[in-house]
Unconditional design. Sequence first.
Length: 276
Amino acid sequence: MPELPEVEVTARALAQRFDGRRVDAVRIHDARLRWRVPKSLPGAVAGQRIDHIGRRGKYLLWHLPAGVLISHLGMSGSWRIHESGRVPPREPHDHVELECDGAVARLNDPRRFGALLWHAHAQGDVLQHPLLAPLGIEPFDPDFGGDWLFAATRGRRSAIKQVLLAGRDVVGVGNIYATESLFTARIHPQAEAGRIARVRYRRLAAAIRQVLARAIEAGGATLRDFSSTAGVAGRYTEFAQAYGREGLPCPRCGTPIRRLVQGQRATFLCPRCQRL
């Protein structure tokens, strides 16, 4: 599933190409996503100029004068950019495309768990939309840090990795990045969130930012379906310190990396560096 780094990479590429451009046409080829793409979308969006394409958590936000186009990539979604004169024939799982000055942004989603919704400004602040309002703090927000995480987890008995994955406290730290962040901070993924000391949360917050920043620089991670707007696979897993390295030596101490399952998701850790 595309997580924060993959969505950020997508947002930056779309913004670089389409910010300030006029939407000439919107074509719905297959409305079947997690929620059906609204039939009114072409009439609501076509003719408007794109102010900015950004991100909130794992949601892409296309800001337009009349509202915001909300896009989620689900399990297998991706936006592809095709330049004018080089637009290929549609593929089987292409759902929607926006055309701007001849260039096309095309949403492909084989599993159809993604979403493309329209939020008119008349409906209020888009950040209060039911999909966005429950999201936790952004990891690159200046207010986020170890002290913030420490305060947010007091009294919590859930395992710290499950807390990170839930997205209620901090958004975008998916399975790979939670694994890597906890390894970097030397915290066992099964440690009870409410019993982790403040100093260790400071290490964890710094690790989260470090891991996510490196993942964005690497174009995200590709395990199955994600690729960039140019169709390029993300390279972050090439640099992973723990994720996917079961049986290989820990890069810090040489102890074999161990794999366990938490909440039906694979977790990798060093049993020596990350004692429970």
